[in-house]
Design a protein around this ligand. Sequence first.
Ligand code: ARG
Length: 459
Amino acid sequence: MPLWNSRFRKPLADSALRFTSSLDFDRVLFHVDIDGSKAHVRMLRKQKIISAADERKIIRGLEHIRKEITNGKLKLDWRNEDIHTAIEERLVKKIGETGRKLHTARSRNDQIALDERLYLREEIAGLIKLIRHCQSVFLSQAEKHRSTIVPGYTHLQRAQPILFAHHLLAYVEMFDRDAERFQDCVGRANRSPLGAAALAGTSLPIDRHHVARQLKMDGVVENSIDAVSDRDVLIECVSACALTMMHVSRFAEEMVLWNSHEFSFARIDDSFATGSSLMPQKKNPDIAELLRGKVGRVYGDLIALLTIMKGLPLAYNRDLQENKEPLFDAVRTTRYSLAIAAELLNHTRFDATRFETELEGDLTLATDLVDYLVAKGISFRRAHSVVGKIVQECLRQSKSLNQLSLSVYKRFSSKFGADVFGLFTPRKSVHAKVSVGGTSGKEVERQLHRWRARMKNVL
Ligand code: ARG
């Protein structure tokens, strides 16, 4: 029997119960639901709303139920409507009438709002750990490739040579902001809505702050209407998941490219690649592709949550129950994607010598020619246009920059001297980018050291 049925003449139709029941998915909240109930019961006793004997009985009962659910002995039946009802009914069955005191001064409206915040706190802690782990795997690869030269791209066109370590460190930075966003979200989420009751608060002498303190939360969500009706912190968390997954998907796409025959840069370990059922020669980067695809689910979850919330009148509405599946899905998908992305990178070897020779005299060094002319007093715009003409000449003669003669260079500008030929190695180009955060060895080493030191503190 539902908790509310005394004012009804008929029981809820089976089909209606099936439709409204959330137990199939909100069962994952059982741990936090019990934690919240225990804190609530302790507060009720401290406030002398229930006796110490009742408190003991209820807490013992709840702990018993926790074990029963954990070891699968208690079958949770969707007919129980939701996890809150399922636990309460089991409690009454176990300890009798006293169990009915658990829900004093509480509504499922503030109960579920608390459960979701406790769930967020726990999951976010796990997500942050995984992000830190990812950062350390990217950092280790970067340290291995601190002098590997690769072409950097814009528009997926070769742009300028860079250090591969520098490229990998860009992801370390992205993940750092992701972790910050989760941290920031938990700062707002970690407040207790309990005691808001259905929406108006209660006339019983509860102590909301005591509940919050027991649950190690930073105070209460003060306005009782706000406490039961908003879910913005969940949306923040899923939005942080979406951004993290967006970063993961960019890495995944690069892995697909690097692993192609055309790039021939990355070699994924056989244990992290798949074959084709038709073409025997194939070795496919399916894990990277799936990672690239998973982000779509998480964006979908975010849009679902925003849409469910849109236009809801205050305070609680049953629509809010619909936020659980997208929330759980986004968190779960982000969790295992981060874990597998780190593993994938750990199982990939990069060919450190793949690009350096190829980039000797390459057109990707054209910007260095511009800088050379600028250093000799020519305006940037003018230098850019002179070098544009030189590039045209190279393309016309099918030559690289180091294959044109000095007299040809001098035709384009009298400022060119024999020293220009010193520019044409990619390593020189890379090490010239000494501006803060640039790709020079010196700057990259500085970044590597900074991150290594930081990782020690956060891991
Ligand atoms: N299962 C519900 C939810 O997730 C719990 C709150 C139900 N409250 C109510 N008044 N029907 O939102």
